[in-house]
Design a protein around this ligand. Structure first.
Ligand code: UDP
Length: 238
């Protein structure tokens, strides 16, 4: 069924770790399927959905460089990890009957499409779910920045950042029972207080283009749709 929503086109950013379930590493297929269901329920509302998935469940550039690997090489490995995650999500979404395209910032034509802005927009207009892979294609960036960049390029109205908690807190709610959740918070406050929403370059890019970020819990079943319908608990960074 469909419910009213104010949104026409949105970006969903999730970390790679969101796909690993209770494992310490890699992909947990039932968890991938569960998140695909969350996306499915929103796409069924007629909302055009872009996705960016991180790669931290497989490889992070900083981790590689800490182990002595050259930083840019390690970052390219991280970007490749995001392609694997994107393919897993594409497969799960296709299993639900959705048309879905993986678009990579690094060309690998046998595996997925290259990034061509107008083509990506056309996919969205045709209600295909578009997963942007390989981050920005540049080392020293993160998939948070990639999500913000693509959200701007695709004219998304908002970025939904799915996390393990239902918003942005003044301190870690898993460690401090008196942690307070923000309902609304400004980009500048997030930057000044180092609130863990996204990295600073992603926040600045969102701020400069007035793109709101909604932080919500992906662990709540039906959570994504609830938030899109304007219900539930979340933090709006704007
Ligand atoms: N990465 C990069 N450029 C980008 C996006 C990602 O170099 O534009 C690399 C970087 O090494 C990063 C890794 O890919 O550590 C995985 O991305 P990220 O850490 O953002 O994943 P997440 O924490 O969201 O799972």
């Amino acid at each position: 069924g469909t419910a009213p929503t104010q949104y026409g086109r949105v970006m969903l950013k999730i970390s790679g770790e969101a796909l690993m379930g209770n494992q310490g590493f890699g992909l947990h297929p039932p968890t991938v399927a569960r998140i695909a269901n969350e996306v499915d329920s929103v796409a069924k509302m007629g909302v055009e959905v872009c996705m960016v998935i991180g790669g931290g469940n497989i490889f992070r550039g900083l981790q590689g460089s800490a182990q002595g690997m050259e930083r840019t090489t390690a970052d390219y490995m991280g970007m490749l990890a995001t392609v694997m995650n994107a393919l897993a999500m594409q497969s799960a979404l296709e299993a639900l009957g959705h048309h879905c395209r993986v678009i990579s910032a690094i060309r690998m034509d046998e595996v997925c499409e290259p990034y061509i802005r107008r083509r990506a927009i056309r996919h969205l207009e045709k209600k295909r779910i578009v997963i942007f892979a390989a981050g920005t294609g540049n080392p020293y960036f993160t998939t948070d920045t990639a999500a913000t960049l693509r959200a701007n390029e695709m004219n998304c109205e908002v970025i939904f950042k799915g996390t393990k908690v239902d918003g942005v807190y003044d301190k870690d709610p898993n460690k401090f029972p008196d942690a307070k959740r923000y309902g609304d918070v400004s980009y500048d406050e997030v930057l000044q207080k180092h609130l863990g929403v996204m990295d600073a370059s992603a926040i600045a890019l969102a701020r400069d283009n007035k793109l709101p970020i909604i932080v919500f819990s992906l662990d709540e079943p039906g959570g994504f749709r609830t938030i899109l319908e304007g219900r539930g608990t979340y933090t709006r960074v704007h």
